[in-house]
Design a protein around this ligand. Structure first.
Ligand SMILES: [Zn+2]
Length: 222
């Protein structure tokens, strides 16, 4: 079935997705229980009368590269999942790229990505760092914190030296791509799309990416 790994040569600059082992989360679990109750507004925003995200119910994910894995955040029925992206430490150039990325992913009725300087306590939070060392062949990656089949946090690393070499359009591609992982999308097999594993010049999600978000967020187990 999966002949992808043997037939397709690995292209330089492949981005990696590393799902962290949940060990740290498990260790911290007892501390989490002591934390005050989570403010509901930190996790979800109320949708309009109809739950547009529910369109994905009973549909199947399309064009998935199962070499990498990624999990959605937990969504309360009828609500958008608010996911904060913490911008402290970003330069104005990278802040601009992230503003664009948030605008693009916010089109999905399932999620509500938001930039914020410091994440509210206990909110869904993705931190971001700019790394000016060469991260091997990586331009960026997303490390997810996962628990019981859901993403509960994460960190995006952007390797600025590699990105500078790659170019401005490619940098935006990587920023939007990593945010795509952070909202739950895995790589796609089709080449020259935003969520393919190789850096390219595509800077926007396509209908398949938005469709896959519907599927991921409309079919969650309780
Ligand atoms: Zn990737």
């Amino acid at each position: 079935m999966n002949d992808e790994t043997t037939n397709v040569p690995r292209v330089k600059k492949r981005r990696t997705v590393i799902a962290l082992a949940v060990a740290a989360v498990v260790v911290g679990a007892s501390l989490v229980q002591l934390a005050p109750p989570i403010a509901p507004e930190a996790h979800s925003a109320v949708l309009g009368v109809t739950d547009e995200c529910a369109i994905g119910k009973d549909k199947k994910l399309r064009d998935q590269d199962y070499d990498d894995d990624q999990l959605p955040w937990r969504r309360a029925k009828g609500k958008e999942v608010v996911i904060f992206f913490e911008t402290k430490g970003l330069t104005s150039e990278y802040l601009k790229h992230h503003r664009k990325a948030v605008e693009l992913w916010d089109v999905s009725p399932c999620i509500k990505p938001q930039l914020i300087k410091d994440c509210p306590r206990d909110a869904n939070c993705v931190t971001i760092s700019l790394d000016d060392s060469k991260g091997g062949d990586d331009d960026g990656n997303f490390d997810a914190k996962e628990k019981k089949g859901f993403t509960i946090g994460g960190h995006i690393t952007l390797y600025t030296e590699n990105l500078e070499e790659a170019g401005k359009v490619e940098t935006l591609n990587v920023v939007v791509h990593e945010m795509g992982h952070a909202v739950g999308l895995r790589h796609r097999k089709k080449k020259n799309v935003l969520m393919h594993g190789d850096t390219n010049k595509v800077t926007k999600p396509d209908t398949t990416d938005y469709y896959n978000l519907l599927v991921l967020y409309a079919n969650q187990k309780k």
